[in-house]
Design a protein. Structure first.
Length: 123
C-alpha cells in the first residue's frame, strides 16, 4: 500500500489509495458545473497512478473504480469511441480489469485443497 499522498492538480483533494481517490472523485462530482470542474475531473483521472490499482485488494473498490471510469453517467467516463487513443482512462481500465482477474484467480486457488490437480497447472 502506498504511504505517499497524492494530490489532484488544481484542487486541495489529497488521497493515498484507490478508495480515497474514489471519495475525492465523489467530492469533485458534487461541485457545481463549470469548466474548472470538467478540467479537475480529467486531471483527477490523470493523477491516478497504476501502482495504486495494483496495490488494491478490495474487489468492491476496484469495481467502483471501473464503473466510474467506464460509465457515462458521470464526467469521469472515458471518451467516446474513436477518441480514446491517448485517453488516460485506457491504461487504468486495463489495469483494473487485470487486477480483478488476478484477485479472482487467487481466490479460486485458495478455495482448492492442496492436493488438487488444477493447483499445479499454473505457477
Amino acid at each position: 500500500m502506498s504511504v505517499f499522498s497524492h494530490q489532484t492538480p488544481r484542487t486541495r483533494l489529497v488521497w493515498r489509495n484507490l478508495a480515497e481517490w474514489l471519495d475525492a472523485a465523489f467530492v469533485l462530482e458534487q461541485r457545481r458545473a463549470s469548466y474548472l470542474k470538467n478540467r479537475q475531473r480529467l486531471l483527477h483521472v490523470q493523477a491516478l497512478p497504476v501502482s495504486l490499482i495494483w496495490d488494491e485488494r478490495a474487489e468492491e473498490t476496484l469495481q467502483r473504480a471501473l464503473d466510474l471510469l467506464t460509465g457515462s453517467s458521470s464526467g469521469f467516463g472515458r471518451p467516446l469511441r474513436g477518441q480514446r487513443e491517448f485517453s488516460p482512462h485506457t491504461p487504468l481500465i486495463m489495469a483494473i480489469k487485470n487486477r480483478m482477474k488476478l484477485l479472482e484467480r487467487q481466490r479460486d486457488m485458495d478455495s482448492m485443497p492442496d492436493g488438487h490437480n488444477s493447483r499445479h497447472r499454473f505457477p
